[in-house]
Design a protein around this ligand. Structure first.
Ligand code: NCD
Length: 350
């Protein structure tokens, strides 16, 4: 493992992550990737520690990924699923968390459909003066830090497998396409990609762009079909004057010469209004296909956090095409990245 100083006690958001923290996560994940390529894929690093997966919302890959990551680190794991828990009898979220605390939990991995729940649990743990760390595994439309970090790791290891680091993305064009309005994945990715000095292009129909962006654009009096927002007050001060975030209401300018395309699931369960005429039309305008990828750099790669609506945000054939699709490597990288996060939070507790 790289020798490192890690001072962050909870991982709730990437908004204030530093370059050093990104690089530490990437290097640590690379070491664990190596462990995972061995015949014995297990290390004793977190032996005796308890990792509780508190998933108040359904999940396949994130929950399983955290579970296998904790097991590869030799931690004991507890799994909680809201539907089969005492929450059905009226127990509150904080009381559930305190129950897991009383069982000796060291790290709580929390997913909830409401934004801010992991922060509330972390604040309660801090108030109680206990050493428990909280890791946000996706909260409402807010953030999904471990997904953005595994996306970052997937891209960086593709560019330099031996030494993944943030500055490899400097100047790369990355398009994030789809349901940005409802996507916590997009929000966390925007933080990490901005920190890397990549050029970030968001593309979605107007109804699926975050209201915050739309308000900012309207206030700025921008009326054209293509917007550039580089000084939104909701985004961090740029690390360099060249850094930019672009917002498009059409797909083509975002794809033009892109190095990577991140597609997002249409989050139908979070949509409170009818925001799209039809899925067919959405696919025609914003769905990623091999033909549309011809606008990008020739060796462009496509990412998707999963689960996928096949034939909606991405064509089924492209999803399964190993020449372009990084979807399976994202899932594989996810284990190494989550091992890194648990290790970094857990190693200070021994
Ligand atoms: C994402 C999530 O749940 O936020 N999926 C995931 O964690 N792999 C994205 C999504 O639900 O579309």
């Amino acid at each position: 493992m790289p020798t490192t100083t890690w001072n962050r006690h909870h991982i709730l958001s990437l908004a204030d992550f530093t370059t050093t923290e990104y690089d530490t996560v990437l290097q640590t994940a690379a070491s664990f990737q190596e462990v995972l390529s061995r015949r014995t894929k297990k290390v004793p690093t977190l032996q005796g520690q308890v990792v509780a997966n508190l998933f108040f919302e359904p999940s396949t890959r994130t929950r399983s990924s955290f579970e296998i990551a904790a097991k590869r680190l030799s931690a004991d794991t507890l799994n909680f699923a809201a539907a089969t828990s005492s929450m059905t009898k009226g127990e509150t979220i904080l009381d559930t968390a305190k129950t897991y605390l009383a069982m000796g939990t060291d790290i709580m991995v929390v997913r909830h459909r409401e934004a801010g729940v992991p922060n509330a649990i972390a604040a309660e743990m801090d108030r109680l003066g206990v050493k428990v760390s909280v890791l946000n595994a996706g909260d409402g439309q807010h953030e999904h830090p471990s997904q953005a970090l595994l996306d970052l790791f997937t891209i960086c290891t593709l560019i330099d497998p031996a030494s993944p680091r943030l500055d490899l993305l400097k100047g790369k064009k990355i398009a994030i396409v789809g349901d940005i309005l409802h996507s916590r994945v997009a929000r966390s990715n925007i933080w990490s990609l901005i920190a890397s000095d990549a050029e970030v292009h968001l593309a979605a129909p107007p109804t699926l762009l975050p209201k915050l962006f739309a308000e900012f654009l309207l206030e700025s009096g921008v009326r054209s079909q293509e917007f550039i927002i580089s000084s939104s007050p909701s985004f961090p001060t740029p690390h360099s004057p060249n850094q930019q975030l672009f917002l498009h209401w059409q797909l083509e300018p975002a794809l033009q010469n892109a190095d990577f395309v991140m597609t997002l699931r249409l989050q139908k369960e979070r949509m409170t209004a009818h925001l799209l005429p039809s899925l067919r039309e959405y696919h025609q305008l914003f769905g990623i296909t091999r033909t549309k990828l011809q606008l990008c750099k020739p060796n462009v790669k496509v990412l998707h956090p999963g689960p996928v609506n096949r034939g909606v945000e991405i064509s089924s054939e492209l999803m399964d095409d190993p020449e372009f699709s990084l979807i399976q490597s994202q899932v594989t990288s996810g284990v190494a990245v989550r091992m890194a996060l648990l290790y970094l939070l857990g190693s200070g507790k021994a």
